[in-house]
Design a protein around this ligand. Structure first.
Ligand SMILES: C[S@@+](CC[C@H](N)C(=O)[O-])C[C@H]1O[C@@H](n2cnc3c(N)ncnc32)[C@H](O)[C@@H]1O
Length: 287
């Protein structure tokens, strides 16, 4: 069977299953089997697949048909134009999290923070810390996670992206393994409420780690803890930036204001218009 026929069959099979991304999924999975770019399929539609390649491809298509995300099947996801290895132990980094990276870069540039010391809570595959390190060559970053598997994936990604010397990885619950003070604390913590968790699509609920998603009855228990405890680890005038879920802005604003620990509170929406990132400054000592 040639590339065009194999692809068309796979697209139809995924399409029948209701996958809106059938074509791109089928193509990305074929790239992974043939170790070719997608453009190759258009320039060589008549190229024959070997029996082994066809079998391997069929197995990957079956995994996708059962709902497994493409990123887990191929083991890689692009974020901030960098390649990240992903396993079932880490959340697949989402495009909206790039807004958080953008905002951290803005705070560093606007505040002219030299040699920024940045703490990330809940690094997962390391997407945020590795991206920041790739942009801020003078930054030193401490990245934590409660999952040993996540820390090991993140370290590998830091190594593969050439920034391992800028990031220290720590294993532990929130701030428990952290020492010292930072100019910025950044986090994309779990933020799905118990009620919403049951409504997540199969690809998320059935495959991504629950500990990366679930955050108590209203989805803000990690934000609350980070707002309260983070203050100890932040320089006076330091910044706290966090990702949040749809509809959480009001609660976040209240938590930040009621703590009386932060000022300059702002929010940034993602490209779908959903308020996605909270930005707040620790009230300076003389403020
Ligand atoms: C939403 S994921 C974010 C992962 C990654 N930073 C990203 O943006 O793709 C949240 C991460 O927080 C970690 N986590 C959950 N509870 C934690 C805790 N108590 N202390 C530290 N990390 C925690 C999870 O293991 C997961 O890697």
């Amino acid at each position: 069977m040639d590339i065009a026929s194999v692809l068309n069959k796979a697209i139809a099979s995924l399409g029948n299953q209701g996958f809106a991304t059938a074509r791109i999924d089928a193509e990305v999975l074929l790239c992974s089997v043939l170790k070719k770019e997608r453009t190759f399929f258009y320039s060589h539609p008549g190229e024959q697949l070997t029996e082994r390649e066809r079998e391997e491809y069929q197995q990957l298509i079956e995994r996708r048909r059962h709902g497994e995300p493409v990123a887990y099947i191929v083991g890689i996801k692009e974020f901030w134009s960098l390649p990240f290895e992903v396993t079932r132990h880490v959340l697949i980094p989402r495009p909206e999290t790039e807004i958080l990276v953008e905002e951290v870069l803005k705070v560093c540039a606007d505040g002219k923070v030299k040699n920024p010391r940045i703490l990330e809570i809940g690094t997962g595959c390391g997407a945020i810390s590795v991206s920041l390190a790739s942009e801020l060559k003078d930054a030193h970053i401490v990245a934590t996670d409660i999952s040993a598997e996540a820390v090991s994936v993140a370290m590998k990604n830091a190594h593969n992206n050439g920034v391992v010397n800028q990031i220290s990885f720590l294993l532990g619950n929130l701030f428990q393994p952290v020492l010292g003070k930072f100019d910025l604390i950044v986090s994309n913590p779990p933020y799905i409420s118990e009620e919403d968790y049951g409504r997540l699509p199969l690809e998320v609920q059935g495959f991504e780690p629950k500990a990366s998603l679930l955050a108590g009855p209203d989805g803000t228990e990690f934000h609350r803890a980070i707002i309260r405890e983070g203050i100890v680890y932040m320089e006076s005038g330091g910044w706290l930036l966090m990702e949040m879920g749809a509809g959480q802005q009001h609660r976040m604003e209240n938590m930040l204001k009621e703590s009386h620990l932060y000022d300059s509170i702002a929010f940034r929406a993602d490209y779908a218009g959903i308020e996605r990132v909270s930005i707040a400054r620790r009230v300076p000592a003389d403020g």
